[in-house]
Ligand binder design. Structure first.
Ligand code: HEC
Length: 82
């Protein structure tokens, strides 16, 4: 938790937020909350380095509808840590 706070602090003073994170917060976080069955930490672990799999899921699943290809690409790469 402390590490997270430091990270958020560094982000806010040093860098702009990655665009993929913004998409996630706007379109995904409401269902993938930290106390949900599939929180972000779970997705990041399972899909580390597998952005393409997230892209394909997003195109098949209801939650991907309404997002542009670019948004899907950004959020998938962000989750995968690419
Ligand atoms: C309306 C709620 C909702 C929204 C919004 C949503 N999801 Fe999900 N997502 C779910 C649920 C529920 C599951 C589990 C489906 C299952 O396992 O059958 C899931 C599963 C997933 C999975 C697969 C997890 C696994 O176990 O392999 C990924 C990846 C994922 N979501 C990414 C995203 C991304 C990226 C977004 C935003 C673009 C997003 N989700 C938005 C509800 C949502």
């Amino acid at each position: 938790m402390k590490g997270l706070l430091v990270y958020v602090f560094l982000l806010s003073i040093g860098f702009a937020k990655p665009e993929g994170q913004v998409v996630f917060e706007n379109s995904c976080l409401r269902c993938h909350q930290p106390d949900s069955k599939k929180p972000l930490s779970y997705l990041q672990k399972k899909y580390k380095g597998k952005a393409q799999e997230v892209v394909e899921l997003a195109k098949r699943c209801p939650w991907g509808r309404g997002l542009s290809d670019l948004e899907i690409e950004l959020v998938s790469r962000w989750i995968a840590g690419d």
